[in-house]
Design a protein around this ligand. Sequence first.
Ligand code: GLN
Length: 260
Amino acid sequence: MNMKKLLAIFLIIAMALTFAACGGGNDDQAAQDTPMTYKVAMEPTFPPFDTINQETQELDGFDVDLMNAIAEDQGFELEWVNMGFDGLITALQAGNIDIIASGMNASEERREKVDFSTTYYDSGLVVAVKTGNTAIKSIDDLTADMKAGAQIGTTGADLATELFDAGKIKEAKIYNGLDVAVMDLQNGTINALINDLPVTKAYMDVKPGTIEIVGDVLNAESYGFAVQKGNTELLDKINAGMQNIIDNGTFDDIAAEWFE
Ligand code: GLN
C-alpha cells in the first residue's frame, strides 16, 4: 500500500476521532444544560399548605408555590407526588423521593432521620371541638370517656397517643386524611381534634360554625422542607433559593396569596 493511501486512511481515522470527541463534548454539554428533576412529596389534606386544587385536581398550596419558586430560582425541576404523611420520611430515607414539602415540623426527633431546610413557617398544635361543645374548653378538659382524633404520623397524633397512653382519653383515633378527621369531629364521632393551628383555621373557614378552637396553642412548631440526610447539595440549593425569594419579595407575595 503506497504512502498516499496510508496518509488518507490516517486522516480519515483522525477526523473520525476528532468528530467523536466533539460529538462527545456536545453530549456532555447537553447533559450539563438539562436541569435536574427532583421528586417532591406531600400529603394534600393540609390546607393551605398542602391541598388539591378543586378545579385542576392538581396538588396545590403554600408549600407547592414556595417550593416551585425555589426550584425556578435555582434552575431545577420538580415532580410532585401525593403520599400518605406517615410514609414521607421512610420514602425519603429510601431515596424514593428527594424532598418532603408537607408542612412538616422540623422536630429534633425527625432531624435524626432527615435534614431540614431553613424553616419557613412557625405554627403549633391546638385542640378543636364541635361548635356548641361547652364541655371542652382546653386540652385539660379531655376525659377518659372521650375520643381525640389526629392525622397519622403527625405531631398531633403523637400528642393524642400520649394522652391515650396516660389514660386521659378513651381513644386516640388516628386518620390517614385530615379531611376525614374533621368530618368525624363535625358529626360527633370524635370529641376533639388535635391539629395544627393554621390548618384547623382553614377547615373552619371552609365550613364556618361547625368546629372551633379551644384553649391555648399547645407547642411551638416550625415547618421545614426535608431532604435525605447528608444531601447537602440539594439542601444548599433549597436554602439559597429560599433566601433569594425572601430577599426579592416572592416569599411575601406567595404568603399573601395563601394567608390574607
Ligand atoms: N405539622 C405537623 C407535623 O409535622 C402536621 C403536618 C401535616 O399533617 N402535614 O407532624
